[in-house]
Each structure stands twice: as C-alpha cells, then as structure tokens.
Design a protein around this ligand. Structure first.
Ligand code: UDX
Length: 432
C-alpha cells in the first residue's frame, strides 16, 4: 500500500519506518527542510533504539522516502496519516490543534481519488468530526474517509511496541476503510494483536483514557509510597502483592519521581479540558494531575531532610535527567524542577546522562554536565538516581565516589537497600 505520514516526530517517523519494514511504500513528510535533509542521509532527529538501522535498511530498499512536498506526497498515496504535534496551549489545559487543521486543509486540496485520512496524533474527542468538516469543504464525501487510529507506542520501546502491539484501534463506521486498514495491519494481527473497530469518537477517547489510567496507576502507587515511608513498609512488596491480581496488573505500578514525558502530562490536561467543555467533571484525573504536580516538591522536601537542611555548597550528582530511560527526551522531566531548585539553593550540581548534555540546564548557576559516571560522582555528597538507565544498575559507588559518608537517594529503587547497608552506604529509596 502507498502511505504518507505527515509529521516526522516520534509517532510519524516510527510508524512510517515500521510500515515500510512491513513492505509498504511510505513517504514521510515534514515542513522542516533540515530534518528531511538529515533523514534522507539517515540522520535521525530522535534517540530511539533500533530506529537508525531500520531507516537505513528501508531507505536503501526504496520503500521509505522523505519529502517536504505535502501536495505531491498526498497525491501519490492511498492512506494519509496525520501525525503532527498537539501540544498544550500556553498556560492552558487545552490541546493546540492548529497543526492538525492546517494539515487537513492541505490534504483537502489534493484528493482526486478515494483516500483514507487517519488521525494518529493524540487529539480530543470530536477532532475527527472537525477534520471531516474541513475536508468536506473541498472534497466530495465519497472520495475520503476520516478515521481515528491512535498510537500507543512508548519512547525507547517504540519499534517493539509498533510491531507487537497489544491492540490496534480503528475508529470508523466506514466499511471500506475498515477492510483496507485491517489488511494493512494484518501482519501484526497475525502475531496476536487484537483488532478493535469502534466509532471514531470512541477511538479518540480510548487513547486519552488509556494514558490517563496509566498516569492514575503511577500516581496511586506514588502516594502509597509516601505512606509506606512513614510505616516502614516496602512499597515494592505492595506493588507485587497488588499487581499479581490479574484485575489490577503489575505494570505501571513502580513508584518513583513525578511521571513526565510528552504524553501523560499533556493528555491528562487535554482530557480535563475536553470534559469541562461537555460539563463533565473527571475528578479522579484532576486529582492525579494535582498530585503529580506536587510530587517534585515533595521529593525536594525529602532531599532537604536527607541533607539536614544544609544544601548550600553540597555536591549533588544527578544520574540521568531525562523523564525515563532509553530516551533523550526532557519534556516534563522531574529533573527540570529539581535541578533549578537545588542550584538556586546554592548546591553544586553535576549531572551525567547517557544521551548527553542538556541545554535546559546551560544557564543555571553551578550546574555542570559530566561526560561519564565517574566524573559526575567523584567526591559527591549526595547521588540522586533520577532515571533508571541500565548502566547505573551495577555501579561500584564506593570505589568511584572515593569519599566517606556520601548518601544515595535512589528515586527508581534500582539498588537493594540490604546491599547498600552491607557496603555501609547511607541509602534512601522511594517508599521503603
Ligand atoms: C506513554 C504511554 O505508555 C504510551 O502508550 C503513549 O503512546 C505515550 O505515552 P511514554 O511517554 O513513552 O509512553 O513513557 P512511559 O513508559 O509510559 O512512561 C511515562 C512516565 O511514567 C515516565 O516518567 C516514567 O518514568 C513513569 N512511570 C512509568 C513510572 O513512574 N512508573 C511506572 O511504573 C511506569
């Protein structure tokens, strides 16, 4: 099939590359000329394990092309995926859909034969209705069908998540589109993915509801972790004990810092905004957002307590600063609140991240990027494990810090408290 992905961010690029890997002819379009020039040379704008190899392989095979020409790319394709960004509007909860609507207008000028227009960007319920309205202004109804097909891939696991999804959600009541899309996804369905055909609005809500539910699960265990700390209970025991009940499930029950990333914070806010517009109160999700917003302050309070309120001139090391491991993404990472606060309080902050220096901290006083774990940790007073990269899991801290009485604050519970005790390292984790 001939596919066109509009927007080469996470969703568009990964989906486009994976569809090419499944044997389709794919054109990935972006208005950013520099990005497209780089992609033509197989230079990838994001950090995603395995993506580079697949771009090279499929470009070489001639199945994957990159272009800035949206008109020509739409004309050449049968299925067009809208994969542009839907960020939160400044100082609001509402999603900014201007890019989706701009793209819809451009598509509408280029339809001469039947095309399926798929919304893969995460959008509020009824965005599909609006896209359909935009297209109807220029194109006869029988020449197009607007479908919602949300993407559930995680950064760092995106290729695996695309090839082996739990489910494929197709929101359409158009039988022809449903048949074509079931065929497009047949290689994944045959590997066990569940194919779910719903109304377009339901598909849009499934995406928001899934992200909001996962954010709720994390926030639930984070709050329980606070309680466990008071009662000397290990929250990990509670997660396992709860999670083995199949009705609950053990995943996304790891307590840690505030959740972050490009999806959970943005999508929970947008869901509240959409519900408000329909005069519905989603109070559970509202309190999840509030609790998560307060979480970094709570962990900073704990850091103050650990350092007995003496932060000034303390050498504090952050291992990992991205919102999670296997990504270079800093969006809504809790480190963006924690590091500026500690710098303001006079700490000497050093950080190491496997994905390199972050411009977000460039202008902060006494905050330095170090090229390796050893340089970041040497003679530190407090080491904060902020992100759970594998390379942090077996560090011989005693040897590399080369200082007595340093403290470890493990926000991801990657170390065993017993082992730390044996090594005589002062250790704090989350909820234990
Ligand atoms: C998420 C969804 O998982 C994905 O389906 C959707 O398409 C996009 O948003 P992503 O943002 O890549 O994916 O990251 P994810 O792995 O879900 O983690 C999100 C945040 O939750 C991170 O800050 C992570 O550290 C945190 N998290 C996750 C926890 O704190 N505990 C957990 O048990 C799981």
């Amino acid at each position: 099939m001939k596919l066109c992905m509009i927007g080469t961010g996470y969703v568009g690029l990964v989906s486009g590359v994976c569809f090419a890997e499944l044997g389709n002819e794919v054109i990935c379009v972006d208005k950013d000329q520099n990005k497209i020039n780089n992609l033509k040379k197989s230079i990838i704008p994001i950090y995603e394990p395995g993506l580079n190899e697949l771009v090279k392989k499929n470009s070489k095979a001639g199945r994957l092309k990159f272009s800035t020409n949206i008109d020509e790319s739409v004309q050449k394709s049968n299925i067009i995926f809208i994969c542009v960004g839907t960020p939160t509007k400044k100082n609001k909860y509402e999603a900014d859909l201007s890019q989706v609507y701009d793209v819809a207008k451009k598509i509408s000028k280029n339809i001469k034969s039947f095309k399926i227009i798929i919304n893969k960007s995460t959008v509020p319920v009824m965005t599909g209705d609006k896209v359909e309205k935009i297209l109807s202004k220029k194109v006869k109804k029988k020449l197009f069908s607007v479908v919602s097909n949300p993407e559930f891939l995680r950064e760092g696991e995106a290729i695996r998540d695309f090839i082996y999804p739990d489910r494929i959600v197709i929101g359409t009541s158009n039988k022809k589109s449903n048949k074509i899309l079931k065929n497009l996804y047949s290689p994944l369905i045959s590997k066990g993915a569940k194919y779910i055909n719903t109304s377009r609005r339901a598909a849009e809500l499934i995406k928001y509801a899934s992200n909001a539910f996962l954010a709720t699960k994390i926030t639930f265990i984070n709050e329980l972790a606070n309680f466990c700390e008071k009662l000397d209970i290990n929250v990990e025991d509670v997660s396992i004990g709860m999670g083995t009940d199949k009705r609950i499930g053990g995943r996304f029950l790891r307590a840690g810092p505030a959740y972050g990333g490009s999806c959970f914070p943005k999508d929970t806010r947008a869901l509240i905004d959409t519900a408000n517009k329909s005069l519905t109160s989603l109070s559970v999700i509202k309190s999840v957002i509030n609790s998560n917003n307060k979480r970094s302050d709570l962990l900073l309070y704990r850091i103050r307590k650990i350092l007995k309120n003496r932060i000034k001139n303390k050498k504090i090391t952050f291992l990992g600063v991205t919102f999670k491991a296997n990504t270079d993404d800093m969006r809504e990472s809790s480190s963006l609140k924690m590091i500026p606060y500690l710098s303001k309080k006079g700490a000497k902050v050093r950080y190491y991240d496997p994905t390199g220096k972050k411009q977000e901290f460039d202008r902060l006083k006494n905050v330095q990027f170090k090229n390796n774990i050893k340089e970041a940790c040497i003679s530190s007073d407090l080491i904060i494990i902020h992100t759970e990269w594998n390379e942090f899991k077996l560090i011989d801290l005693k040897r590399i810090v080369s200082k007595k009485n340093f403290i470890v604050y493990d926000l991801r519970n990657i170390y065993s408290p017993e082992k730390m005790k044996k090594q005589k390292i002062k250790y704090f984790g989350i909820g234990r």
